[in-house]
Design a protein around this ligand. Sequence first.
Ligand code: ZN
Length: 232
Amino acid sequence: MKNIIEKLYLHDQEVLEVYEQWAESKGDIETLIKAQKDLDERLEQVRLKKQSIEMEIKNIELDLGGFEAEIKKCEKQKMSVTSEKSLHLIEDKIAKVSEKKDDCEMLWLEKSENLSPQIKMIEVLESERKLKIQEKENSIPKMNEDLIQSQKELKSLIDLRLDLMDGLSESLVNSYEKLRIKNLFQPVIFHLDESGCPKCGMHIRNVDFDMIRYHHEAIPCETCGTIIYWCD
Ligand SMILES: [Zn+2]
């Protein structure tokens, strides 16, 4: 019995190792895909920001054109006024509109200055994206191959399990299967530890402890079901 459990324990370790390789390959692929997705999102945000600044600049330019036309019109009117009073009124108006035009020009400058960092950022992100796509194209086929390889290995290892359990008592087989369902790739067989169940830490009955330690039995923990055996 002990030999079977020991073989099963070692086999579980092997399964766990291959599973970790598989999970790592999968994680690497996901990280690469996510990195490109993040870049795409950032690029989209900066592009939208650039678009909104461009729109603001366009609106400012429209206002500017309006003010310029108004000033031109006033200048023309100035030529044909007959009274001093009307002349003052028109000059006042020109001054006011010119002031607005100056503010508008300041705003235009400010917005244009905001635009160039966005354009630069887009260039940087686009070249980063190009590199990321290249990296993805270069490495994903190999990563997928590794993933499929680990998957195949994992499957053939799991298929072996049934043969390894040959000769194990029915109740232990049941305990093992039950544990497996709940812990697909986690260890479910542990070595006996003086301080209690190695998995959940609960006390092991003295009678069970003696059976495991001195009679080389494999016994499930009363609390969590983990199969415990003695390893020399
Ligand atoms: Zn336990």
